[in-house]
Design a protein around this ligand. Structure first.
Ligand code: NDP
Length: 304
C-alpha cells in the first residue's frame, strides 16, 4: 500500500513552528506583518485571502486586508504597493491573483519590494533562487520540499521529473529539487513521449492543470508522486472516470455538484510508493509557507 503524504499534518507542524518564531520575535519587539491586497469580488480569491488573513491571526502575525475596487487602475495599484513598500510594520505584501484584465499584473508584481515579496514571484527572488542565494521562494514549491523532507523521502541522487514549467510552480520546484541534489527533468506541453520520461521518475511532480492527466502507465512502480493540480469537475461522466465505486466521494459530489481532482489519475496512485492526495496534500502547505515566508522576510529585513 502506498504511503499517503498528509499535507494537513505537515502544514500544522509548520504553523506551530512559525507561531513559536513569532513569539520569539515578539520578545525582541518585532511583530511580523502581512498586507494582503484583494482586488474586486472574485469569490474563490476572497475565500482564499480570508483564510490567509485568519491564519495570520492564529499565529500572531499582524495582517491587513486591502480591498481596492474592481475599477482600480494600474497607477493606483502601483501607488498602493509603493506605500506598502515604505511601511515598516509590513514585512510581506501579497497581491492576490488574478488581477482584473485592465491592470498590468506584471508591473504591479514587479513593483513589490523583493524584500517583502512573500509569494516569491519577483524576478529578483527568482534569480536569487536560481543562484542558490537566500531568497523568498514561491510558497507551493517550498511546501513540496517540506513534504518530501519531513516525510523522510530522499531527494539527493534521485531522478525528479517535473511536469509543468510555470513561474509559480514548475520552474521554482525544479530549481529547489536541483538544490537538494536531485537529477531534474522538466517537461511541458511540447515534450515528446512524456510517459517515457515520467516512467523514469523516482519523484514525479505534476503541475499541469489538467484533471487526471498522469495515468497509471506513466508512473514507475514505487515512485513518490506529488500532485499539485487543483481541477474542479462537475460532470457525472468525468466523476465516474475518476472515482467510480467511491460511495463517500460520490455522496459529496452529488451534494455539492462538483469535486476537486488533481493532475494525477487516482488509479495512478496505486502504483506509487507515496503520494500527496488531492485535496489535503500540497494545498495546505501553500498558506503555511506564506506564513513562514512572512516571518523569514521580517527577520531578513532586520538582519536577524
Ligand atoms: P500553468 O497553466 O501556469 O502551467 C501549466 C504547465 O503545464 C505549463 O508549463 C504547460 O506547458 C504544462 N502542460 C499543459 N499541458 C500539458 C501537456 N499536455 N503535457 C505536458 N505538459 C503540459 O499552471 P500552474 O503551474 O499555475 O498550476 C498547475 C496546477 O497546479 C493547476 O491545477 C493549479 O490549480 C495548481 N496549483 C495548485 C496550488 C496549490 O496550492 N496546491 C498552487 C498553484 C497551482 P507549456 O508551458 O508548454 O504550456
Amino acid at each position: 500500500m502506498p504511503t499517503i503524504l498528509d499535507g494537513a499534518v505537515i502544514a500544522a507542524a509548520i504553523r506551530q513552528e512559525v507561531a513559536g518564531e513569532v513569539r520569539a520575535l515578539g520578545r525582541q519587539g518585532v511583530r511580523p506583518g502581512l498586507a494582503a491586497v484583494l482586488v474586486g469580488n472574485v469569490a474563490a480569491s476572497e475565500i482564499y485571502v480570508r483564510s490567509k488573513v485568519q491564519t495570520c491571526a492564529d499565529l500572531g502575525i499582524y495582517s491587513e486586508l486591502i480591498t481596492p475596487p474592481e475599477s482600480v487602475t494600474t497607477e493606483e495599484m502601483l501607488d498602493l504597493v509603493a506605500a506598502l513598500n515604505d511601511r515598516d510594520e509590513i514585512d510581506g505584501i501579497l497581491i492576490q491573483l488574478p488581477l482584473p484584465a485592465h491592470v498590468d499584473a506584471k508591473a504591479v508584481l514587479d513593483a513589490v519590494s523583493p524584500a517583502k515579496d512573500v509569494d516569491g514571484l519577483h524576478p529578483v527572488n527568482a534569480g536569487r533562487l536560481q543562484a542558490g542565494r537566500p531568497a523568498l521562494a514561491p510558497c507551493t514549491p517550498a511546501g513540496i520540499i517540506q513534504i518530501l523532507q519531513r516525510s523522510g523521502i530522499p531527494i539527493a541522487g534521485r531522478h525528479a521529473v517535473v511536469v509543468g514549467r510555470s513561474d509559480i510552480v514548475g520552474k521554482p520546484v525544479a530549481m529547489l529539487l536541483l538544490h537538494q541534489n536531485a537529477t531534474v527533468t522538466i517537461c511541458h506541453s511540447k515534450t515528446r513521449d512524456l510517459g517515457a520520461i515520467t516512467r523514469q521518475a523516482d519523484i514525479l511532480v505534476a503541475a499541469i492543470g489538467r484533471a487526471g492527466f498522469i495515468t497509471p502507465e506513466m508512473v514507475k512502480p514505487g515512485a513518490t508522486i506529488i500532485d499539485v493540480g487543483i481541477n474542479r469537475i462537475s460532470e457525472q461522466t468525468e466523476f465516474d472516470s475518476f472515482f467510480a465505486g467511491d460511495a463517500k466521494r460520490e455522496a459529496a459530489f452529488v451534494k455539492r455538484g462538483s469535486t476537486i481532482v488533481g493532475d494525477v489519475h487516482p488509479k495512478a496512485f496505486e502504483h506509487a510508493g507515496a503520494y500527496t492526495p488531492v485535496p489535503g496534500g500540497v494545498g495546505p502547505l501553500t498558506i503555511a509557507m506564506l506564513m513562514a515566508n512572512t516571518v523569514c522576510a521580517a527577520k531578513m529585513r532586520r538582519g536577524l
